[in-house]
Design a protein around this ligand. Structure first.
Ligand SMILES: C[S@@+](CC[C@H](N)C(=O)[O-])C[C@H]1O[C@@H](n2cnc3c(N)ncnc32)[C@H](O)[C@@H]1O
Length: 293
């Protein structure tokens, strides 16, 4: 702060050239497409980093982030540029379909004792994977083992997710009966709830960039939720990522995309079974029997 109390770093602006360099880097490394309309948003988000580092210009900041040794700042940069909006039971039709039709179908096809595996790819602060864990536990009971793998690019959201702490208003979309079974009220703060240890134990969180060539999963998934992540990517990147997701999806598994995401016109080994829900097919695009969500 200056003697007048004005924050001297607040006036720094992100030039069109520096924006170009940063947006090209973000797209190449993380897939996130930031067109010129996003310059002010990026500037606002990164200004906090300039303050934290006590840097006087975006030029200096770009040089650091784009240098080979950006290290810790690269993680902070990712935290700043990602959009993490999410909710419990977001797009609830998907969870209805899963519990009413798809989980019973999958459980019946698996051998006794075999673990069902679901991946929340781009899990943000954990609301999606915990919703999945509740739905799986509720639908399958004790008869079927399951695991939810939850991944994201941002370390900050993964820390939040692993802690499993939410404000009371955030868990309102969770049906009361599931809230009673799986969430615990904090003794210190009645406005805070925590996902109970049994459910947290069913979810594994891990850092993963969907642009990586190899996701390193040891077994295929019965269902993959990759919702509201690909909207930030260009169409060609979306296609490449979905093709890679297909390789980690079991032959009879299901892929869920966000409601504003579509694979129309993409040459992929998927057949649609419900709006934004797909299963693998050998003939790309061939429809399978449709079911309602
Ligand atoms: C808007 S949130 C969606 C969260 C949740 N899937 C939902 O639908 O509510 C998008 C998440 O995708 C993550 N993300 C963006 N690009 C990614 C990438 N290349 N690899 C992995 N995660 C990414 C972001 O960090 C963010 O947490």
């Amino acid at each position: 702060m200056s003697a007048t109390g004005r924050d001297d770093l607040g006036g720094a602006t992100l030039s069109p050239e520096d924006f170009e360099r940063l947006s090209a880097f973000i797209e190449a490394r993380f897939g996130i497409h930031a067109g010129p309309a996003k310059r002010v948003l990026l500037e606002t988000r990164l200004r906090k980093r300039l303050r934290a580092l006590r840097m006087g210009s975006f030029e200096q900041y770009c040089a650091q982030v784009l240098s080979a040794g950006a290290g810790g700042e690269l993680a902070e940069f990712v935290d700043a540029i990602t959009t993490n909006k999410t909710d419990f039971f977001r797009e609830p039709g998907h969870f209805d379909l899963l519990s009413r039709r798809l989980l019973p179908e999958l459980a019946a096809r698996r051998s006794p004792g075999e673990e069902l595996r679901v991946w929340s790819a781009g899990c943000s602060t954990g609301e999606e994977p915990y919703t999945l864990a509740m739905v799986l536990a509720d639908t399958l009971g004790d008869a079927t083992r399951f695991r939810v793998v939850a991944t994201d690019l941002s370390r900050r959201v993964l820390r939040h997710a692993a802690a499993g702490l939410y404000r009371d208003d955030q868990v309102q979309p969770v049906p009361l009966e599931l809230r009673r079974r799986f969430l615990e009220r904090s003794l210190e703060n009645p406005d805070v709830v925590r996902v109970g240890p049994a459910l947290r134990g069913r979810v594994t969180f891990r850092l993963l960039n969907l642009l990586d060539e190899n996701y390193g999963h040891d077994r295929p998934f019965d269902a993959i939720f990759c919702r509201n992540v690909l909207i930030y990517f260009r169409r060609e990147t979306q296609r490449e990522v979905i093709a890679r997701l297909c390789r980690t999806l079991a032959r009879d598994g299901f892929l869920f995309l966000g409601h504003s995401e579509s694979i129309n016109g993409m040459d992929l080994p998927l057949a649609q079974i419900a709006p934004t829900v797909y299963t693998r097919s050998e003939a790309p695009g061939a429809p399978r029997s449709r079911v309602g969500t």
